[in-house]
Design a protein around this ligand. Structure first.
Ligand code: SF4
Length: 159
């Protein structure tokens, strides 16, 4: 049975930067939990950050790549990269090929991220963890695309 890496905040854990969660209440999440298929991670905590923490966004630079900064100008790139590395390590440990991660997060986003202006403005892009997982062949889905994940898992199970 395929294991699935899942954002900790989806399970109701209050690990977001603001001390809140992003609980998903779909029945299949509870079923996957009961089947012990879920491997839980919050990449930002795994990278050494705390809850609550300053909000952070990705800034893209043309010359030297990406940087993750807080709304007060702190550079948290290393912590974000550390968390991404830990997520990849966990996936490799468990043979995980699929992840369900929170959309638009600077770690977990898979289709959109905030643009670095701290003005609630989104652009197409991936979070730091999602980039690393995707580059290593792990398919990342979000709460907006989880129907496609369920379909893919059902297809695998029937073959
Ligand atoms: S880093 Fe990912 S798992 Fe952690 S709070 Fe943000 S979205 Fe949720």
């Amino acid at each position: 049975m395929e294991k699935i890496l899942i954002s900790s905040c989806f399970l109701g854990n209050k690990v977001r930067y603001d001390g809140k969660d992003n609980l998903l209440t779909e029945n299949f999440i509870q079923r996957w939990q009961q089947e012990q298929r879920l491997v839980v991670i919050c990449p930002e905590l795994a990278g050494g950050l705390l809850t609550p923490r300053a909000p952070a966004e990705i800034k893209c630079h043309n010359d030297d790549g990406i940087q993750v900064v807080t709304n007060t100008g702190g550079d948290v790139t290393v912590a974000f990269q550390r968390g991404a590395n830990e997520a990849l390590r966990v996936c490799q440990l468990h043979g995980i090929r699929y992840a369900l991660l929170k959309e638009s997060s600077p770690s977990c986003g898979s289709s959109t991220i905030y643009d670095g202006s701290f003005k609630q403005s989104k652009i197409p892009g991936q979070g730091i963890t999602t980039r690393l997982l995707t580059a290593n062949g792990i398919k990342v889905y979000s709460e907006k695309t989880m129907a496609a994940l369920c379909l893919e898992l059902a297809t695998i199970a029937s073959t």
